[in-house]
Design a protein around this ligand. Structure first.
Ligand SMILES: NC(=O)c1ccc[n+]([C@@H]2O[C@H](COP(=O)([O-])OP(=O)(O)OC[C@H]3O[C@@H](n4cnc5c(N)ncnc54)[C@H](O)[C@@H]3O)[C@@H](O)[C@H]2O)c1
Length: 675
């Protein structure tokens, strides 16, 4: 059994005999149990400092011998083990990138078998408790007993402020499964920043960890690797002096320490349950939207009966009382019903104006148009790709070019409608991106003073934004949307499968509009985008549908409140004033890219003029880089200001802009538009 807290400390890398001697001498005086330094450094990029190898092993052996301080280093291959054993070091650790590979761990276990070396097994890079447990078991099976687990955090995408996400529930689960294996925490790798190390170390102690593994360097600023996260000796001394450790001096304290540790675990589980409940409510929202679309009742008794029967059955196998589960899930279920009921009036109120899209497949178009006369206005590229999925109606092909979003094209469409003898009882269906939706909506609004029309948007931008809200416009003399009308389509059908053929850049464009909705009206959507960025970029159906539902919900609520854009609807211009100016001065940008940079500019102005917090800016830039959106102005600020100067929202040296007071709280503000 280790004494608590067991401390391993030393520099990230062995850099010279002097550096090691200086650090070891200082640390020995501070009661450190093991000295650590890496001699083989697994680095992401070739060319980064990879350690001094066997030469440095000799330096470490010297430290161990002369200072009577046991020393450990990282091993990743049986050859490393052989060299470490030859040097006589008393400990090794297995790095996170090795633990992740059971073959490599097995080879190391075989190479170490029969020795008395202390083995520290860091968690695998990805958050997988079973893989970590499996690695420890491989060493146990090889007869190696002097083991400890080291929690160094996990590589997961998303913000969180740490180099590696701590996900405390995983080490806590490891401790539950392997209570006899001492558990250490490596706050240096979790934090990635020396300022975070102290707080993380204390948290680990509060959660009943058995010890700490901390990187200490005599001159961190000069360190050859991970300089940011290494403490100076003085900082390490301060940290150790300030650490509150519930030491088990008496049996009472031991008990108290354990209870505190378990309470910490309960807190973690409670946090996770709360997050899961929030996640469940998001799904409830989506189901609510679908039920409204389909005209289904909110409470569906059979579904509830099946759900509770399944939960009780599963709960019993886990030792939970059916009564308890029925009460808990009864409350959760009731909350979901209350939520849907409360939510319904806002959505389905008498003044419902905006047509809410439905999710489905292009194949459903035939059903929607059954028994009707119709003409399809189809994007040329979409027609080529999906010809066989189109229902059997006459087709007018549209070339999706911004320059062709014009009154001339509308006239050409009208002429073709006349030629096809399309009458007042016929339907017009627009199938394509925002350009086709705009043209179809306008043609359907003016031809014979208006026909019924439906839209099947085929780009992410159109599915998330352009098809919703009833604005139908064309450009005149290069000026955007100068001529148009507002008329809601009778239905909108979104098939996310069509997005698979969309160029990546068009996906990015669409995501810019989704981010806009998140920023001005739905802050949890921003968290969702961050957490599911990879899945969204991989065009997985569920996350795509999730962000589309959220966009539809938000945009329709704005349109319902102010269809004719007399006030509130202007918030949808967030990022667009600057975006349009950028499009004018920088031809290389697509609309979504210009809006993305426009939003960054609007956030920057918000920080200056509304007191909006600065934290969002780096988050936004990180998200943009995953989504393939630009993160910097493509032109000089002067050029941008010159272009902004010709905006119609300008008044002398001021301009009206949509800014943010807080996430989800937009405001219209008059600001000076040059510094
Ligand atoms: N009416 C509104 O409220 C509103 C809102 C936002 C944007 N808009 C307008 O939308 C237009 C931009 O729309 P967009 O970004 O959808 O561009 P788009 O219509 O030009 O389509 C982009 C490209 O994708 C191709 N394409 C479409 N679907 C495809 C698919 N499934 N697979 C492969 N390729 C496909 C098109 O042929 C085109 O080349 C602009 O004119 C903008 O003014 C209107």
């Amino acid at each position: 059994m280790m004494h608590r807290p067991f401390i391993i400390a030393g520099p990230c890398s062995a850099e010279s005999p002097e550096q090691l001697a200086d650090t070891a001498r200082a640390l020995k005086g501070l009661g450190v149990d093991f000295f650590r330094a890496g001699v083989w450094k697994p680095r992401t990029h070739p060319g980064d400092f990879e350690g001094y190898g066997v030469d440095a092993l000799a330096w470490l052996a010297h430290i161990q011998h002369t200072m009577q301080l046991p020393v450990a280093t990282e091993v990743a291959t049986p050859k490393h083990v052989e060299a470490v054993l030859k040097a006589g070091l008393k400990g090794v650790w297995i790095g996170a990138r090795t633990t992740v590979n059971p073959f490599a761990v097995q080879e190391l276990a075989a190479a170490l078998s029969g020795t008395a070396v202390k083995i520290l097994v860091k968690n695998p890079v990805n958050p997988d408790t079973a893989l970590w447990v499996g690695a420890l078991e491989r060493f146990q099976k090889a007869g190696l007993d002097d083991l400890a687990a080291v929690h160094r955090g996990f590589s997961v995408y998303g913000p969180g402020g740490y180099r590696n996400a701590p996900i405390w529930l995983i080490p806590s689960e490891l401790k539950r499964r392997m209570p006899h294996i001492p558990l250490l925490c490596d706050p240096s790798h979790i934090g990635g920043d020396r300022l975070l190390v102290g707080g993380l170390a204390q948290k680990a102690m509060d959660l009943d960890f058995d010890g700490l593994m901390i990187e200490v360097h005599p001159h961190p600023e000069r360190a050859l690797s991970d300089a940011q996260q290494q403490l100076s000796v003085a900082e390490f001394k301060t940290l150790m002096g300030g650490l509150t450790v519930r030491l088990p001096d008496t049996s009472d304290d031991l008990l108290k320490g354990r209870i505190e540790g378990l309470r910490g675990q309960i807190d973690l589980v409670d946090d996770q349950m709360t997050e899961l409940l929030a996640q469940r409510m998001r799904v409830v929202e989506e189901i609510g939207a679908l039920k409204r679309e389909g005209g289904l009742t909110i409470l569906q008794r059979r579904r509830w009966e099946e759900l509770i029967a399944r939960i009780k059955e599963r709960g019993m196998t886990l030792g939970l009382s059916p009564d308890f589960l029925e009460r808990i899930f009864g409350l959760i279920h009731q909350e979901a019903i209350d939520y849907q009921q409360e939510f319904t009036p806002a959505y389905l109120s008498e003044q419902k104006i905006c047509t809410l899209p439905r999710m489905g497949s292009m194949n459903e178009l035939s059903g929607l148009l059954q028994g009707k006369r119709a003409v399809l206005l189809v994007d040329k590229n979409v027609e080529t790709l999906y010809k066989r999925q189109l229902p059997d109606f006459p087709v007018i092909t549209i070339e999706a070019k911004e320059a062709l979003k014009s009154i001339e094209t509308v006239l050409s469409i009208v002429q073709q409608l006349i030629d096809l003898h399309i009458d007042r009882g016929s339907w017009i269906v627009g199938i394509g991106g925002g350009i086709v939706c705009d043209l179809a909506g306008l043609a359907a609004s003016v031809y014979l003073r208006g026909l019924s029309f439906g839209l099947a948007p085929t780009t992410l931008l159109a599915q998330a934004d352009a098809a919703i809200g009833g604005k139908n416009g064309v450009n005149v003399a290069g000026l955007k949307n100068m001529l148009g009308c507002i008329k809601q389509p009778d239905w909108i059908l979104c098939d996310t499968a069509l997005l698979k053929t969309l160029p990546k850049r068009e996906i990015s464009n669409g995501l810019a509009e989704v981010i806009k909705h998140a920023l001005i009206g739905d802050p949890p959507l921003l968290d969702y985008l961050e957490q599911h960025a990879q899945a969204i970029m991989a065009l997985e159906t569920d996350p795509l549908r999730h962000i589309l539902y959220a966009s539809h919900r938000f945009k329709s609520s704005v349109v319902n409140r102010d269809e004719k854009e007399q006030g509130w609807r202007r918030i949808l211009n967030f990022g667009h004033t600057t975006g349009h100016a950028l499009e004018a001065v920088y031809a290389g940008y697509a609309h979504g890219e210009a809006v993305a940079v426009g939003m960054l500019y609007a956030v920057t102005l918000s920080i200056k003029y509304t007191g909006f917090g600065a934290e969002l800016l780096p988050r936004l830039k990180a998200l943009y880089s995953v989504f393939g959106l630009p993160t910097e102005l493509p032109c000089s600020l002067e050029a941008l200001h010159a272009a902004l100067g010709s905006d119609k929202k300008r008044e002398g040296k001021t301009i009206h802009m949509v800014l943010l007071e807080a996430a989800g709280k937009p405001c219209l503000q008059k600001i000076p538009f040059w510094p």
